[in-house]
Design a protein around this ligand. Structure first.
Ligand code: NAP
Length: 277
């Protein structure tokens, strides 16, 4: 599993991590096994959120007794992101996760509370050792400019944004902004949430051909292509899926293969607003 510096935190974090949205909806024991299998295969970055129902409880079960070495991330809902509300929300997440600290805590998306207030709460949480760093999610360039003006340089660890082969909007401005300001880009829904290209489609065939050349799979090829520009956090409910996804963290694609993928899944024009799900 390759690692890369996670923005201004300076931490080396696995380029392929694990999402947890809806992980609480199926077989809980299988979900716990999937997360553990993923961690053992190197996917030590685990992403969750207070919004994801009981996902934090599933993660808590999966990481019980094995917290060291993880990069654990959760998110506060915008409606809870006041100065006192964000602190209370974080404490509830810590309790559900059964841990005393998060490696990074994110504002899930922008809401009615001012960034001054939310970031002051994050600073309180850092001071008290409850979070080690903080970042944002679903922030477009205008939001990032505002956040930087409020926080100052070197303080926003990451921006977690929608990024899959069918949705490359962040490549226009958000990803370059983040790179210039030492903010890690975390790509969510890297398989398109529920729309991974089938091998019956032209793009799916390109992925399958490249996968064959590396004795890998189309999903591994997709993750490896996205991981050029972002940390990726696929969600898997089974150990087999988690093991497959982790394999992308060691896959090296050649420049002509990456060019083929880029051509098969064109970036398209810059949308007027940053897409999110
Ligand atoms: P995703 O990771 O793009 O796709 C998940 C789907 O892919 C699930 O149906 C999963 O099935 C399937 N899958 C995973 N590995 C597979 C494999 N190797 N073979 C076949 N199928 C496989 O979707 P996502 O959950 O929306 O996004 C990932 C994570 O990003 C979320 O879980 C969440 O942590 C985060 N996220 C953040 C935001 C935000 O606003 N910040 C928004 C959306 C998502 P199984 O479950 O059956 O394995």
């Amino acid at each position: 599993m390759k690692h890369r510096r996670f923005g201004s935190t300076g931490r080396e974090v696995a380029i392929v991590g694990q999402g947890t949205w809806y992980i609480d909806e199926g077989d809980r024991a299988a979900a716990v096994a999937a997360l553990r299998c993923g961690v053992e295969a190197g996917m030590t970055h685990i992403d969750t959120a207070e919004m994801y129902g009981e996902a934090e409880l599933v993660v808590g079960d999966a990481i019980a007794g094995r917290r060291e070495g993880l990069f654990l991330v959760s998110k506060v809902l915008p409606s809870n992101a006041s100065r006192s509300g964000a602190v209370a929300a974080c404490e509830r997440s810590l309790s559900r996760l059964g841990t005393d600290r998060l490696d990074c805590y994110l504002l899930h998306w922008r809401g009615r509370h001012s960034l001054q207030e939310t970031f002051a709460a994050f600073d309180d949480l850092v001071r008290d050792g409850k979070i080690l760093s903080w970042g944002v999610s679903n922030f477009d360039v205008g939001d990032l400019d505002e956040a930087l003006a409020v926080a100052g340089p070197g303080r926003i660890a990451c921006n977690q944004v929608l990024y899959h082969l069918g949705e490359r909007a962040i490549e226009h401005a958000v990803a370059p902004w983040c790179e210039a300001n030492d903010v890690a880009v975390v790509g969510y829904s890297p398989f398109g949430h529920d729309g991974f290209p089938s091998t019956a489609s032209a793009g799916g065939r390109v992925l399958a051909e490249i996968a064959d050349a590396h004795a890998s799979t189309p999903r591994q090829v997709a993750l490896a292509a996205l991981a050029r520009r972002a940390f990726v956090i696929p969600k898997a409910s089974t150990a087999a899926h988690a093991a497959e996804n982790a394999g992308a963290g060691d896959l090296d694609l050649e420049a002509p293969e990456l060019a083929r993928i880029d051509a098969a899944f064109p970036r398209g024009p810059r949308p007027s607003a940053l897409p999110m799900i």
